[in-house]
Write a protein that binds this ligand. Structure first.
Ligand code: GTP
Length: 302
């Protein structure tokens, strides 16, 4: 008897749309591993959606399936639009966990909807548990005011990025950015206005950068940007763009907020601490040079 091991059910590269159109999916009912057990093998919502979508693909051939939750939106790989759509809200104990949106070229008859609902019920507890874990992870790694990565998140990623860059002989750059005279903003306009400025600065930075996952707030008015590989090659341009974007943001403008930045490029086989201290020194120089400026650390400064 052919059994579907867990490895077959997890993300192994086959596209979702292709997989669910395979005739052998009808054999899945013989799988000794139940759907909730399979779902519980992962605390990653994208993985769970993939597992769920394969089970749902047995009910009818699906073109796409999307999961929307409070912690993010997930689309099964290989999804494309279909002629019919069915939406379902996943509720547990009067709590809305998520919304599922299915698309298929076949109609969602009442019988199909009922079968999907039965499958959805099997996901409720694994989904609720995963949402709790993801939320806790987010709280541990995100700055609650700006939603950027926090200092702990930075420390994790920075160390890893530097090690990887050294191993692969790739570029890596660190920009440290600090608002100018931010204390005055708080003193003159109050702490809530200061908070609005910090949120605006985060937005301005997010809009300037392609990937917001390289952006961090350390707390206070200090931010960091970690650029790796090809992105690091244009770090100086990025630093100037960030300072300009902050200057030009309407909230920062309203409170005359500017920013200074220090940039350092990773030297050959340099340690993360040294890269950090060079960027920090460059930031001090930008402040000493009159603020609202970018300074770049010399590469041979070690
Ligand atoms: N509104 C608000 N203010 C904060 C927060 N965290 C820290 N601060 C304030 O940020 C200010 C930081 O000021 P400083 O580090 O002294 O620097 P500065 O006035 O920007 O001076 P320079 O950096 O030299 O230009 C202090 O007034 C802190 O109280 C926060 O979460 N919200």
């Amino acid at each position: 008897m052919e059994l579907y091991g867990l490895q077959d059910m997890t993300l192994s590269g086959t596209s979702y749309a292709g997989v669910t159109s395979q005739p052998h999916w009808s054999g899945l009912s013989a799988d000794p591993v139940t759907l909730p057990e399979q779902l519980q093998t992962s605390l990653d919502l994208a993985d769970q959606l993939q597992i769920y979508s394969m089970a749902a693909g047995k009910v009818l051939p699906l073109r796409s399936i999307q999961l929307q939750t409070a912690v993010g939106k997930y689309l099964a790989p290989g999804s494309e639009s279909g002629n019919f759509e069915h939406r379902s809200v996943l509720m547990l104990n009067d709590q809305c966990l998520a919304e599922l949106c299915y698309q298929s070229d076949q109609a969602f008859t009442p019988l199909i909807q009922h079968q999907l609902w039965q499958l959805e019920r099997q996901w409720l507890y694994p989904l609720r548990n995963t949402l709790v874990v993801v939320r806790l992870q987010q709280l541990a790694l995100k700055d609650s005011l700006t939603d950027l990565g926090n200092r702990r998140n930075f420390d994790d990623q920075f160390e890893r990025a530097v090690q990887l860059a050294n191993r692969r002989q790739q570029a890596c750059a660190l920009i440290l950015l600090d608002l100018d005279n931010f204390k005055q903003t708080n003193d003159n306009f109050g702490h809530p206005a200061g908070d609005d400025v910090l949120i605006a600065v985060a937005d301005a930075m997010r809009q300037t950068l392609r990937a917001s996952d390289c952006l961090f707030r350390f707390g206070g008015d200090e931010f960091a940007v970690l650029l790796t590989a090809d992105d690091a090659l244009s770090a100086e341009l990025v630093a100037h763009r960030l300072v300009k974007a902050i200057n030009q943001h309407h909230v920062c403008n309203q409170f005359s907020v500017t920013a200074s930045a220090g940039l350092a490029q990773l030297a050959l086989n340099q340690k993360a601490e040294l890269l950090f201290s060079r960027a920090d020194e460059a930031l001090s120089q930008a402040k000493q040079a009159g603020k609202n400026a970018v300074k770049v650390a010399l590469l041979n400064q070690a």
